[in-house]
Design a protein around this ligand. Structure first.
Ligand code: UDP
Ligand code: MG
Length: 313
C-alpha cells in the first residue's frame, strides 16, 4: 500500500516531440500543482531525439526543479525508454504516459484516487479512440487475440498509460527480459489491479513514431513474450494433416480393393505438396521467431544505454 498522498513520478518517453512539449509541460505541470503530497517529479527519457526535444527539456529542467532528464545514447524504442524511466523514477507511485497528449494528464488525479483506494496498478482502459477505423479495428482484434492466446490474463484495450505502486515497479524491474511488452509484464506481476476508462485522443502535434511495421513488431513482442500457443499450433496442424492423409489412404485402399479403381488427380497431388510444404515453412518461421528471441536474451545486453542524466534531487 502506498501512503495516502504519495510522492508521484511521471515517466514519459520522448522521441522527437519538440512540437508537443510546450503544451505537454503546460498541462502536466498544471495537474502536478493540484496534487497533494510531493515533492513530485517528472522523468523524461529522451530516446535519441534528433530535433529540439533535448534543448527544450533542458531549458524546462532549469526552470523547474521537478523535471529530470535521462538521455539515451540512441533510439532504443518506446518500451526500452519506458523501462529507463521506471529505473530512474523515485516516487512511491509512478505514472507512465506518452508525450503526445493522447494520454490526457488531467486523468492523473483520477488514476491516483483509485490507487489510494488500495490498488497497486490502475491502468487506463481506452474509451473512445479517435484513430482511423482500420487502426481501431487492428487494435480491437489484436487485444482480443492476445487475450485468448496469452498464459497471463491481459486486460482488454489497456495501453501503457497507468499508475503503478512501488512494489509493482520493483517487480517489473526484476524481470530481465529484453523484448519488453510492458503492459503484459504489468499484468504478469499480479497485485491488485484495476482499470478506469479514459478517452484516448489524437496526437496534439507531431507525427506518430509507430509506423505500421513497428506496431506489428510490438504486437509480435506481445504475442511471443506471453504465449507459446504458436509453437503448439504446429503440432495441432500437423496432427490434422496426418489424420487427413490417413483417411485418404483408407479411401485409396477401399477404392482399389472394392471399387476396383485408383484415385486420380495430378492437381490434388500438387495442392497437397504445396500445402504441406507451406505449413512446414510457416512453422519453421514460428520456431525461428522463438529461437531468435532466445538468442537475444542469452546475449544479455542492457536494454538501453544512458548518455546523460540531469536531475536536481
Ligand atoms: N517513443 C519513444 N521512442 C520511440 C517511439 C516512440 O520514446 O522509438 C515515444 C513517443 O515520443 C511518445 C510515445 O513513445 O511519447 C508513444 O509514441 P507514439 O505517440 O508515436 O505512438 P502511437 O500513440 O502512435 O502508438
Ligand atoms: Mg501517440
Amino acid at each position: 500500500m502506498t501512503a495516502l498522498a504519495p510522492r508521484v513520478s511521471v515517466a514519459i518517453p520522448v522521441f522527437n516531440e519538440a512540437d508537443v512539449l510546450p503544451e505537454l509541460l503546460r498541462r502536466l505541470m498544471g495537474v502536478l500543482e493540484g496534487l497533494p503530497g510531493g515533492p513530485h517529479e517528472v522523468v523524461f527519457v529522451d530516446d535519441g531525439s534528433s530535433d529540439a526535444t533535448v534543448s527544450l527539456l533542458k531549458a524546462a529542467a532549469e526552470r523547474d526543479l521537478r523535471i529530470s532528464i535521462v538521455a539515451l545514447s540512441r533510439n532504443f524504442g518506446h518500451q526500452a525508454a519506458i523501462t529507463a524511466a521506471l529505473d530512474h523514477a523515485h516516487g512511491d507511485a509512478v505514472v507512465v504516459m506518452d508525450a503526445d497528449l493522447q494520454d490526457p494528464p488531467e486523468a492523473i488525479p483520477t488514476l491516483l484516487a483509485k490507487l489510494a483506494e488500495g490498488f497497486d496498478v490502475v491502468y487506463a482502459r481506452r474509451g473512445e479512440r479517435h484513430e482511423p477505423w482500420y487502426l481501431r479495428a487492428c487494435y480491437y482484434l489484436f487485444y482480443r487475440l492476445i487475450a485468448v492466446l496469452s498464459d497471463t490474463r491481459l486486460p482488454l484495450d489497456a495501453g501503457d498509460f497507468a499508475v503503478l505502486s512501488r512494489p509493482v515497479i520493483e517487480a517489473m524491474r526484476s524481470a530481465p527480459e529484453r523484448h519488453r511488452y510492458l503492459r503484459g509484464l504489468r499484468s504478469w506481476v499480479g497485485f491488485r489491479q484495476t482499470g478506469i476508462t479514459v478517452d484516448r485522443g489524437t496526437r496534439v502535434a507531431g507525427v506518430s513514431k509507430y509506423r505500421p511495421l513497428k506496431l506489428l513488431r510490438l504486437a509480435f513482442d506481445g504475442l511471443f513474450a506471453f504465449s507459446t500457443v504458436p509453437l503448439r499450433a504446429a503440432a495441432v496442424v500437423g496432427g490434422v494433416a496426418v489424420a487427413g492423409s490417413l483417411l485418404f489412404v483408407a479411401y485409396a485402399v477401399y477404392a482399389k480393393l472394392v471399387l476396383d479403381q485408383s484415385p486420380q488427380g495430378f492437381t490434388a497431388l500438387i495442392v497437397a505438396i504445396v500445402f504441406s510444404l507451406g505449413v512446414q515453412l510457416m512453422f519453421l518461421g514460428v520456431i525461428g521467431e522463438y529461437v531468435g528471441r532466445v538468442y537475444e536474451e542469452v546475449k544479455g545486453r542492457p536494454h538501453y544505454v544512458v548518455r546523460e542524466v540531469i536531475r536536481h534531487t
